[in-house]
Design a protein around this ligand. Structure first.
Ligand code: OSB
Ligand code: MG
Length: 389
C-alpha cells in the first residue's frame, strides 16, 4: 500500500500532424499541439493521459492547449502534490478529484491527470479499462466525423469512410453549408446513420435555416446554438423534429441533469441527445455517471471525439463498452489514420465498421515511448512526496 503513491507528474506537449486537415464552423486544423500527462508511482508504474485540446479556444473556453498547460502547471499539478504531501498517498480517482476540486473549471486539464491515474489503476489491477468501468459490450460500432470545406471534399471523405465500412457519418455544417450538404450525403447514402454538427455556428436570428434538415431523417443536430447555452437549445427543440444533441455546453453530470429537466418540461426527452466527451466533463468517472443518468431517463448518449491519438481513442472505445451508451461515437477518421505519426506500436483497426475490444490491460495498446519523446517536449515535472504517519 505505502509503495503505491505517486512520485511524479510530468506535463508534455506533443506536436501532431493530421494527415488530412479538419474543418469545422470555427476553423481548420492541421498541426496540433497536444498536452499529455505522465504520472509515475513508487511501485514503478507509469500512466499516460492525453488531453485532446485544440490549438485555440474557438471550440470552447479552456479547451485550448495554452490554457490547459497553464492550468496544469500553475494550479492542478501543484494542488495534487500538496494534497498528497498533506493527506497521504492518492490511491483512487475519488481522492484525486478531491485534490483539485477547489479549482473551478479546467475540465480538460483535470481529465489528463485522471486518465493517467486510470491507466495506472488498470495496470495495477491487470485489467482492461472497459472492465474497470463496468463495460460489457465488446463490439463497438464506429462512427466518423467529416470536416470538409466543400461538398466535393465531404463526399470524398464520406466515400472513403463508407468504403472502410463505417456505418455512421457525422458532418460539419455552418450557415450557407448545411442543407445542401445533408441533401448530398442523404441522396448518395439513403440508409446510413447520418447526423450534423454545427459547433455553435447559428444564433436565434438564423437557426430556422436548419428546419429543412427535418426531411433528411437525421439522427441529430449537434450544438446548433451558442457554446454555453442549454436553455435556448431546449426551446428550439419544440420547433424542429430532428433531435438536438448537446456537446459544448455540457461539463458535468449537473449540466446533463439541467438539460434533462428542461427537455422533460417540454415532453421531449427522446429528442435530447448528449455527446459525452470525457475531457469536456473532467474525465471518465464523471462520464460514466452521465451515461448512466441519461440512460435511466431515456436520453441517448454517444462518445464524442476531439481528434485524439490512438491512445486517447482507445480510452474512449473502452468507455463505449458501457451498454448505457446507445449511439455510435466519433472514434475513427474518415480518411484512415488521423495522424502522420501516432504514439502507439499498433494502429487501432475497425473491421466492417466495428471495433472489437480485447482483454489487453488498460487501454489495450502499447505506447511507443520513443516516438512519444521524439514528438514531445517535457514542459514541467513535479516531484511528489507524502508524509508517512
Ligand atoms: O464538435 O465534435 C466536435 C473535433 C474537434 C473539436 C470538436 C469536435 C470535433 C469532431 C471530431 O467532430 C471528432 C473526432 O473524430 O475525433
Ligand atoms: Mg461537436
Amino acid at each position: 500500500m505505502s509503495n503505491q503513491q505517486m512520485t511524479s507528474i510530468a506535463v508534455y506537449n506533443l506536436t501532431l500532424e493530421l494527415r488530412v486537415p479538419f474543418t469545422t464552423s470555427f476553423g481548420t486544423y492541421k498541426t496540433m499541439a497536444r498536452p499529455f500527462v505522465v504520472v509515475e508511482t513508487a511501485d514503478g508504474l507509469r500512466g499516460l493521459g492525453e488531453i485532446p485540446t485544440l490549438n485555440n479556444p474557438a471550440y470552447k473556453a479552456e479547451a485550448d492547449t495554452p490554457s490547459v498547460l497553464t492550468s496544469l502547471k500553475e494550479f492542478i499539478v501543484p494542488s495534487v502534490a500538496r494534497y498528497q504531501a498533506d493527506n497521504g498517498p492518492i490511491l483512487d480517482i475519488a481522492t484525486l478529484q478531491k485534490s483539485y476540486a477547489w479549482i473551478k473549471g479546467a475540465v480538460f486539464a483535470k481529465s489528463g491527470v485522471e486518465s493517467a491515474l486510470w491507466d495506472i489503476l488498470a495496470q495495477r489491477a491487470g485489467q482492461p479499462l472497459w472492465q474497470m468501468w463496468g463495460g460489457t459490450r465488446k463490439k463497438i460500432p464506429v462512427g466518423v466525423s467529416i470536416g470538409g470545406k466543400t461538398i466535393d471534399q465531404v463526399l470524398a471523405l464520406a466515400e472513403n469512410a463508407v468504403g472502410l465500412g463505417y456505418g455512421r457519418l457525422k458532418v460539419k455544417i455552418w450557415p450557407g453549408f448545411d442543407v445542401q450538404v445533408a441533401e448530398a450525403l442523404r441522396t448518395k447514402y439513403p440508409d446510413i446513420l447520418l447526423q450534423v454538427d454545427a459547433n455553435s455556428a447559428y444564433d436565434l436570428s438564423n437557426w430556422e435555416m436548419l428546419k429543412p434538415l427535418d426531411q433528411f431523417h437525421l439522427l441529430l443536430i449537434e450544438q446548433p446554438l451558442y457554446d454555453d447555452d442549454i436553455v435556448l437549445h431546449s426551446q428550439i427543440t419544440s420547433q424542429i423534429k430532428t433531435p438536438i444533441c448537446l456537446d459544448e455546453s455540457i461539463h458535468s453530470l449537473r449540466d446533463a441533469q439541467t438539460a434533462m429537466t428542461l427537455w422533460r418540461q417540454i415532453g421531449a426527452l427522446d429528442r435530447l441527445i448528449i455527446n459525452i466527451k470525457p475531457a469536456r466533463v473532467s474525465g471518465f468517472a464523471e462520464s460514466i455517471e452521465i451515461a448512466q443518468a441519461c440512460h435511466a431517463n431515456g436520453v441517448r448518449t454517444w462518445v464524442g471525439g476531439m481528434l485524439e491519438t490512438s491512445w486517447g481513442k482507445a480510452f474512449n472505445l473502452n468507455f463505449n463498452a458501457l451498454t448505457a451508451i446507445e449511439l455510435p461515437g466519433d472514434h475513427f477518421s474518415p480518411s484512415g489514420a488521423y495522424f502522420e505519426e501516432d504514439i502507439v506500436t499498433e494502429p487501432l483497426v475497425a473491421n466492417r465498421g466495428v471495433y472489437t475490444l480485447g482483454d489487453g490491460v488498460s487501454a489495450g495498446l502499447t505506447v511507443d515511448w520513443d516516438v512519444f519523446e521524439r514528438l514531445g517536449t517535457r514542459l514541467h515535472t513535479e516531484t511528489l512526496s507524502y508524509r508517512s504517519s
